[in-house]
Design a protein around this ligand. Structure first.
Ligand SMILES: NC(=O)c1ccc[n+]([C@@H]2O[C@H](COP(=O)([O-])OP(=O)(O)OC[C@H]3O[C@@H](n4cnc5c(N)ncnc54)[C@H](OP(=O)(O)O)[C@@H]3O)[C@@H](O)[C@H]2O)c1
Length: 267
C-alpha cells in the first residue's frame, strides 16, 4: 500500500507481483490478506478508513509489519470482523529496490491463539520462522532489532570517522569497514556468542584500551561517541570473560552445534 503511484510501481517491481494502486480500499476488497507495511503512526488511521469503507471484514486478514506494537492498533478491523495480527520480519529493509531475502527470517507475531496456526503457515510460506511476541514484549523485541540493525550502522559511521581521522581515504575506509563487518557476521553465524567477540577489551588488554580512549579524547571526537566506546568496551570485556571461561571448560564449540545437540537431546 502506498500514497503515490511511483512508490506503488516500485513496490510491485521489487515484490515481483501485484498491480500498482493508490486506492487502498479497492485493493483491500480484492484480496483476503491485507498486509500493511506502513509507518507506525499511519497504521491505525488507514485501518479505520478501510473498516469504515467496508473494505475489510469477516473472512479477511489484516496484518501489519511493525515491530513495536501488537495487533491492538488494528482494532477497527477486528471490530469489523476481520482477523488481525502483527507479523514483523526481523530484517532490515534499507532500499526499496533491493529487499533482503525473506527466507530464514525470524518473524515476531501477535495473533489470537485460535488463529495462530494460519498465520504461522503464512510466515512459513515466506520461508520464515514465527515466534509469538505479545504486545507487552514488543518494545523489548523491537529494541533488539534496533541493536542488530540501526546501531550497527551507527557503529559503522563512528568507525569510518575514526579511520578518516587516522588518514585512511574515505572510500577505502568504507570498504574496509564493510569487509570487517561482513567477517564479524560470518563469525557470529559460525561460532556464535560469546565466541565471536574479538578485540583488546575482550582479551583484557586494559593498557591498549587506555591508549585508545586517550586518543579518542585527543582527536576531539564527539563526547557521546567516547562514552559509547567505553560502554561497548565494558560489554566486550564481559563477553571476553565468558569466552575465556568457556575455553577453560573446553566448551569452545559453535553456538549452532550446541543448539543442534540440545535439540537432539530434547527430541
Ligand atoms: N525498514 C525496515 O527495515 C523494516 C523492517 C521490518 C518491519 N518494518 C516495518 O514496516 C513498516 C514500513 O516501514 P518502511 O521502512 O518500509 O517505511 P517507509 O519506507 O516509510 O515506507 C512506508 C510506505 O508506506 C506508504 N504510506 C505511508 N503513509 C501512507 C498512507 N497514509 N496510506 C498509504 N500508504 C502510506 C508509503 O507510500 P509513499 O512512498 O507513497 O509515501 C511507503 O510506501 C513499518 O511499520 C516498519 O516498522 C520495517
Amino acid at each position: 500500500m502506498c500514497r503515490s503511484l511511483p512508490s506503488a510501481r516500485l513496490a510491485v517491481r521489487t515484490v515481483g507481483a501485484g498491480c500498482p494502486s493508490v486506492d487502498a480500499a479497492a485493493a483491500a476488497r480484492r484480496v483476503r490478506w491485507v498486509i500493511l507495511a506502513l509507518p507506525y503512526r499511519q497504521i491505525a488511521p488507514v485501518v479505520r478508513r478501510l473498516a469504515a469503507l467496508g473494505a475489510v471484514g469477516p473472512g479477511s486478514w489484516v496484518v501489519h509489519t511493525n515491530g513495536s506494537c501488537g495487533r491492538e492498533v488494528l482494532s477497527a478491523a477486528a471490530r469489523a470482523g476481520a482477523c488481525t495480527a502483527a507479523a514483523h520480519p526481523f530484517l532490515s529493509f534499507a532500499h526499496r529496490r533491493d529487499a533482503p531475502p525473506l527466507a530464514g527470517a525470524l518473524w515476531g507475531i501477535d495473533v489470537e491463539v485460535r488463529r495462530r496456526s494460519e498465520l504461522i503457515r503464512f510466515v512459513r510460506a515466506l520461508g520464515g520462522t514465527a515466534c509469538a511476541v505479545p504486545p507487552g514484549a514488543r518494545a523489548l523485541y523491537h529494541a533488539a532489532g534496533v541493536f542488530a540493525a540501526s546501531h550497527v550502522v551507527v557503529q559503522a559511521a563512528a568507525a569510518r570517522s575514526l579511520l578518516v581521522r587516522a588518514g585512511v581515504p574515505p572510500r577505502a575506509a568504507f570498504h574496509g569497514i564493510t569487509a570487517m563487518m561482513a567477517g564479524v557476521v560470518r563469525n557470529l553465524a559460525r561460532v556464535g556468542l560469546p565466541q565471536a567477540v574479538t578485540g583488546p577489551a575482550s582479551r583484557g588488554e586494559t593498557d591498549v584500551l587506555r591508549r585508545q580512549i586517550a586518543a579518542l579524547g585527543a582527536a576531539g571526537l564527539d563526547r557521546d561517541l567516547v562514552r559509547l566506546y567505553r560502554i561497548c568496551a565494558r560489554q566486550a570485556a564481559r563477553l571476553g570473560r565468558a569466552k575465556r571461561e568457556r575455553g577453560r571448560r573446553g566448551d569452545g564449540g559453535t553456538g549452532r552445534c550446541r543448539e543442534k545437540e540440545e535439540n537432539g537431546r530434547r527430541a
